[in-house]
Design a protein around this ligand. Sequence first.
Ligand code: UD1
Length: 336
Amino acid sequence: MKILLTGGAGYIGSHTYLALMGSGHVPVIFDDFSNSSPKVLERLERISGQAVVCERGSVADSALVQGLMKRHAIEAVVHFAGFKAVGESVAQPLKYFDNNLVGMTRLLQAMDATACRTLVFSSSATVYGDPASVPITESFPRSHTNPYGHTKLVIEDMLSALQKSDPAWKVAVLRYFNPVGAHPSGLIGEDPRGIPNNLMPFVAQVAVGKRPVLNVFGNDYPTPDGTGVRDYIHVQDLAQGHVAALQTLAAKGESFTVNLGTGQGYSVLDVVRAFEQASGRQVPVQFASRREGDVAQCYASTERASELLGWRAQLGLDAMCSDSWRWQSANPDGYA
Ligand code: UD1
């Protein structure tokens, strides 16, 4: 299938690009490079041994998107392009409404106009808010605590209205848990701008000596060691989840919403210990107060993913840490 990857030069997009190629699909990257580097394209060519097809621009530019969808005879879209920093979304909500909501609307209009109505959308476990219990199934109630999370929830609702209006739409909503790790080549990985918001890139930067200490946000949660528990999933497994979602949409012809996680929760201190083991470096920590909006525990029920997609995460915390470390130690400044 010819597949357009919006945000295809980003962290999850670039790994999914390789997974799709490996499964015989023809991915086309579409990116405005607002939160990614064009250098990723050379890396993808080195890994795959094939020229990358990439178009530059914004998903909000409907005319541009329609043109390239026709030119490349696009059959399905995987929509990664979206902003995802929680704190920034609180400070600048309009930036999030514009890029995430207006961008999604314009992209859907361009898809409709070119009669391409197969979409895989990057949603997030953030739509579960503070879950009443774990593991979290897809039927748990949804809520939001910040504008970023709100955009994911609104887009999920937009997509379900669209499917009701026209059954030709085939939409897979993938609720990612905590993507971490990197391609085993060490050539591509997560390259956050500025101070990382997320745990794994922060730990990696402490291990490589770029930052002195990890602040552990809260050690008084009702969890085994008092620190927050999350469902970390290797980005390579996540990438395969997209391949499985596209195959399922094509085979069953029905829309669905599914969690992509491992079903296993690890605490902040578990991650620190595993990273020290994988890197052979010390990761000094200090306890700090809880971060606003954080929940104690969040991990997925993986039943639906395994039944519907025939997909299960294969890689454990050790592989997540050693692949993150390979990327971080070989590229201390990311793609810069
Ligand atoms: C965060 C977002 C979530 C978003 C996801 C992907 C929040 C509240 N949630 O998920 O909406 O979908 O990223 O971008 O921001 N931690 C530390 N020290 C750090 C960083 C993190 O102790 O420097 C802890 C956190 O308190 C948490 C765990 O590590 O317990 C994971 O944090 P993080 O990687 O930011 O992911 P989430 O908060 O789960």
